[in-house]
Design a protein around this ligand. Structure first.
Ligand SMILES: [Zn+2]
Length: 281
């Protein structure tokens, strides 16, 4: 908890996207744990924001649902927020770097060279999967959101940052603010709510029932992602990232690390390879 508060304090003074502030003097293992905890804090930060949404909104996190159109047979949706004016499907990305992307591009680039699938194409698949569990009358009420951490810089189509858009890209810390603003805009456009309390309850229950909780299936899905069987989530465009800082690494670096016993099956960027190496010698 202390770490979390420190993290918040720090964030206040940092407006610009920053690199991971992993202290260089610390041994590798500690760095790694900090990085893992940071990832958890990222999710935690989003959950706190979602908890603060108005009472007439409901949300679900980490849904795994059947999707016959996905290679793995499933889709994993990070967050779904149900509001009286729309259903927000939220995909979160953990990459560090500059994100280059456009509406008409199927693949985007991280740091100018690492390909990722356009996350809105990916999230469109998630939305299609979700609509299969609810009445057709709700299918046009989805808003697609993709959230990146502040360790990213956006070089994307400006439309993605416009509140009028139905495809919005945000930093994780802006997530609830953008949902609020989008709902306000929709409220002005439509005098009456598009979803009443009972609609929201029906949709919430439908998604809850569709969610696969069986730990075995969830574990299998994770494995499918790692081995690139699935076209969903982390391997979309098959970017591999450093275990410590989430910077994308090339396939060459990936194979080098995986083939090297001292890295213990983990992938490190050049910088963190050196640290992993120092620790051992
Ligand atoms: Zn690294």
């Amino acid at each position: 908890m202390l770490l979390f508060l420190n993290f918040l304090k720090k964030k206040k003074n940092e407006d610009k996207p920053k690199q991971a502030n992993v202290t260089t003097s610390k041994p590798r293992k500690e760095n790694e744990q900090v990085a893992i905890r940071k990832g958890e804090i990222g999710e935690f930060k989003i959950d706190i924001q979602l908890d603060q949404l108005p009472k007439d909104c409901r949300y679900l996190s980490d849904l795994l649902v059947k999707n016959p159109k996905s290679k793995s047979g499933y889709s994993q949706i990070d967050h779904v927020v149900l509001t009286p004016y729309g259903i927000f499907a939220i995909e979160t990305k953990n990459y560090q770097g500059t994100i280059y992307g456009g509406k008409d591009r199927k693949t985007w680039l991280v740091n100018g060279k690492f390909k990722m699938m356009n996350p809105f194409v990916q999230n469109y698949g998630h939305i299609k999967a979700l609509t299969s569990f609810i009445d057709k009358k709700y299918q046009d009420l989805f808003i697609s959101m993709v959230s990146f951490t502040e360790r990213c810089t956006f070089k994307v189509d400006l439309d993605y940052r416009k509140i009028a858009s139905d495809e919005i890209i945000v930093y994780d810390v802006e997530l609830s603010e953008f949902i609020h603003r989008k709902v306000l805009v929709l409220k002005i456009q439509h005098k009456e709510p598009l979803l009443n309390e009972s609609d929201i309850k029906t949709i919430f229950n439908a998604f809850s029932n569709a969610n696969i909780t069986d730990p075995k299936v969830r574990e299998e899905h994770k494995h499918a992602l790692k081995t690139n069987i699935s076209d969903d989530k982390t391997n979309s465009g098959s970017i591999s990232t450093c275990t410590v800082c989430n910077k994308p690494v090339s396939d060459k670096v990936k194979s080098y690390c995986l083939a090297n016993k001292k890295f213990n099956g983990k992938i490190y960027c050049y910088e963190h390879q050196k640290k992993a190496h120092k620790k051992i010698h």
